[in-house]
Ligand binder design. Structure first.
Ligand SMILES: [Zn+2]
Length: 504
């Protein structure tokens, strides 16, 4: 009978995986192959002493131990654990069929205690092998951080004693997962240049500009339009406009996902979360349990990424109201008994909504059966304060009925978004022309817009000006055009906007 498993084999000058094979037949002898006999004999002495200390059986038979790569391994004591497990596989103490998919490492003390070999303790392996497709990595403290990244995320288990390894393989003990520090150098790159979603959009020039501005400022965006006009598709395509994550940003995101119990391997791709409308307010905001353990909600999981709330009016009242703080870019408080925690995720919120219960409002009265009262009641769910917190409101129309054209190439739009952001960070001087001030005033007077609404109006106008002028000037001049552009994207400020009210 043959039992195989994987272990850590240190070679000069690199590190790699050692294949441990242990064959048993009738008789009573021990042969080693691939390593010096003295090293094999020392390992066996330690292992058998540990078996006795831990009350494990010493299996009889004639064994041949073969270790690959042959005659190259420098550090052999780290193979104590895999050899011990192979012996226990023969004894039937642990399931032998689980061992080929197991990577383990650790020098074993005579009491079964595991640790990295003394000579290697402070010296991390210099190279990483190709990711191992293993079910688990059993690693002692001291090596856990370095070797954890060799396997799939969340599979590295802290194992400081032989008994723990045995209990894990017997299914008696759940070992703690080692918080994995992924090598950022091996991250998954994100290159959305050939973004399938964005390139398949059909947009009007106004929509292109509105989406570019919303992306540049990561302003909360509400997309409203009839069923079948591609609202959800548009909302998701906006993910492709986000900049890639930096190492620091990824660490922030990874911490949140770990708290949720979702392993995340290093990636530049910003998160995209699109919760179903049956999601609860707790699912959206997160919770704290009586022990103080935090479970992040969708808002936190979309940190540095995109939170897409499809059919916002279908979400519960609690959910919609819970968005107030986050939409303003403010944190929100989670509390339970005397425990509390302030969360301030910085995801970009994009929501979509039908304009009426039947969803066919924009197709005209022949198709939409809803009365003005129906529409008003439906949209009331987006109570004034909520709709107002969305900086931009974009309408979608039926592709055939509007001036929609294929979206401009993604790389061009991404470039514009990045340039606008960069310009705004580098330059803060903004001058608002009297004509623009007059437009803001007119908007405020006509629709009784709140200070918050006017604030959004000015932010959108500023981004529009930056988008239009960023290559030409050092001081930003918000003109009448910019102000008027912003004003037409605040459709919810207008009472009975569905009757196509225009600025008087
Ligand atoms: Zn309708």
């Amino acid at each position: 009978m043959l039992v195989t498993t994987l272990g850590y084999g240190a070679t000069v000058p690199n590190a790699r995986v050692a294949h441990v094979q242990l064959h048993r037949t009738r008789g009573a002898r021990f042969h080693v192959s691939g390593i010096p006999w003295t090293a094999g004999r020392s390992a066996l002495s330690r292992i058998y002493a540990a078996f006795e200390c831990c009350g494990l059986p010493r299996v009889a038979g004639a064994f041949t131990l073969h270790i690959r790569p042959t005659d190259q391994l420098k550090e052999l004591t780290a193979l104590d654990l895999p050899i011990a497990l192979a012996l226990l596989g023969h004894a039937g103490v642990v399931p032998a069929e689980a061992l080929p998919h197991l990577f383990s490492a650790g020098e074993m003390g005579l009491d079964g205690h595991l640790q990295p070999p003394a000579s290697k303790r402070d010296e991390p392996p210099r190279s990483t092998p190709a990711p191992l497709s293993v079910d688990a990595l059993l690693l002692p403290d001291g090596w856990s951080q370095i070797l954890a990244s060799w396997g799939p995320p969340g599979k590295a288990l802290r194992t400081n004693h032989l008994e723990q390894a045995v209990a894990h393989l017997q299914g008696r003990q759940v070992l703690p997962v080692i918080a994995q520090k992924q090598a950022w150098g091996h991250r998954e790159r994100w290159n959305p240049m050939d973004g399938q979603s964005w390139n398949s959009l059909r947009l009007t020039p106004l929509q292109v500009k509105a989406l570019t501005i919303a992306a540049a400022g990561q302003l909360p965006l509400l997309i409203i339009g009839s069923a079948g006009t591609g609202k959800s598709h548009m909302a998701r395509a906006l993910h492709e406009l986000l900049p890639p994550l930096t190492a620091h940003q990824f660490d922030e995101v990874e911490c949140i996902y770990r708290a949720k119990g979702i392993p995340l391997s290093a990636t530049e791709q910003p998160p995209l979360r699109a919760p179903h409308h049956q999601c609860t307010a707790a699912g959206l905001l997160g919770t704290i349990d009586p022990n103080g353990t935090w479970t992040p909600g969708e808002l936190s999981l979309a940190h540095r990424g995109l939170l897409c709330l499809d059919e916002l009016c279908e979400f519960s009242r609690d959910c919609i109201e819970a968005l107030r703080g986050p939409l303003e870019g403010k944190g929100f408080l989670l509390s339970r008994a005397r425990l509390s925690r302030i969360e301030s995720p910085s995801g970009w919120v994009v929501a979509t909504s039908n304009p009426c219960p039947c969803g066919r409002f924009n197709e005209g009265p022949r198709h939409c059966t809803c009365t003005a009262g129906h529409v008003q009641r439906y949209l009331k769910r987006l109570s004034g304060p909520i709709a107002e917190r969305f900086a931009l409101h974009v309408e979608t129309m039926n592709a055939g009925a509007s001036a929609a054209q294929p979206a401009p190439p993604l790389h061009a739009v991404r470039k514009q978004v990045a340039a606008t952001r960069k310009w705004l960070i580098a330059h803060s001087a903004v001058h608002t022309s009297p004509a623009a001030e007059a437009v803001f005033q007119q908007h405020a007077n006509a629709f009784s817009t709140s200070a918050r609404g006017i604030g959004h109006l000015k932010a959108v106008a500023r981004l529009h000006a930056a988008l239009e002028q960023n290559t030409r000037t050092n001081t930003l001049e918000i003109g009448e055009v910019d102000a008027a552009f912003a004003s037409q994207l605040r459709i919810f400020d207008r009472p009975r906007w569905w009757e196509k009210a225009e600025i008087p």
